[in-house]
Design a protein around this ligand. Structure first.
Ligand SMILES: N[C@@H](CCC(=O)N[C@@H](CS)C(=O)NCC(=O)O)C(=O)O
Length: 204
């Protein structure tokens, strides 16, 4: 059975969403982000970065949330299965979103919502929002011309990018200049599999 190491308050949620979409049986092996959970010889053998998520599928061990989802999309038949064209576009959008948005959205999230009030620095949040304007414009333009990022329906390209942008909801990211992203993100996050993933942590 597929095994995912992680927890429901981390980037592992991106892979849990994918696992819920593909409907394969899987086991979530709880690991927090604490050093005593990750800096152990057994876990470091799986993931030398001491980070979550990590997927184990038989002899294959994979880390990096986007890579895990791209693998799952190609391995299993069903509605999320993709051929080379969609896989290529999904890799493009996933790598782009990690490089252009993931770090900035994390900054925004930390300084708007996660850090204790006294540790938040509004200038960090402002800088992140300023720097996010360019990739958001690019994504918004792409979604002005099409309903989904790759192909005619929802694919792993949408799942990977939307799972990164979902942080923006908690961080009060202003999408008023990006109506096409707002429409698309709303559709992605309304999927039953996303709700099932959220329910795993008791969130609705
Ligand atoms: N690029 C990696 C990032 C993984 C990552 O940073 N995970 C965090 C949790 S969201 C973690 O394990 N943090 C523990 C640490 O940095 O010590 C991915 O997308 O899988």
């Amino acid at each position: 059975m597929l095994q995912l190491y992680g927890n429901t308050r981390s980037r592992a949620t991106r892979c849990l969403w994918m696992l819920e979409e593909i409907g394969q049986p899987y086991e979530l092996i709880e690991r927090s982000t604490r050093a005593d959970d990750l800096q152990t010889p057994d876990y470091l053998r799986l993931n030398p970065n001491a980070r979550i998520p990590t997927l184990v599928d038989g002899d294959l061990v994979l880390w990096e949330s986007m890579a895990i989802n791209l693998y799952l999309a190609q391995k299993f038949d069903g509605p999320m299965h993709c051929g080379p064209e969609i896989a290529g576009l999904a890799s493009q959008w996933s790598i782009w979103a990690m490089l252009e948005m993931d770090g900035l959205l994390l900054d925004l999230l930390m300084h708007r919502a996660l850090l204790a009030e006294f540790a938040r620095d509004p200038s960090h949040a402002e800088r992140a929002e300023l720097l996010l304007a360019r990739p958001l414009r690019i994504l918004n333009d792409a979604l002005a011309a099409r309903t989904y990022l790759a192909g005619d329906g929802f694919t792993v390209a949408d799942l990977n990018v939307a799972s990164i942008l979902a942080w923006g909801r908690i961080a009060r990211l202003d999408l008023s200049a990006c109506p096409h992203i707002a429409r698309w993100l709303g559709e992605c996050l309304a999927r039953p599999a996303y709700a099932r993933m959220r329910a795993l942590s008791g969130r609705s």
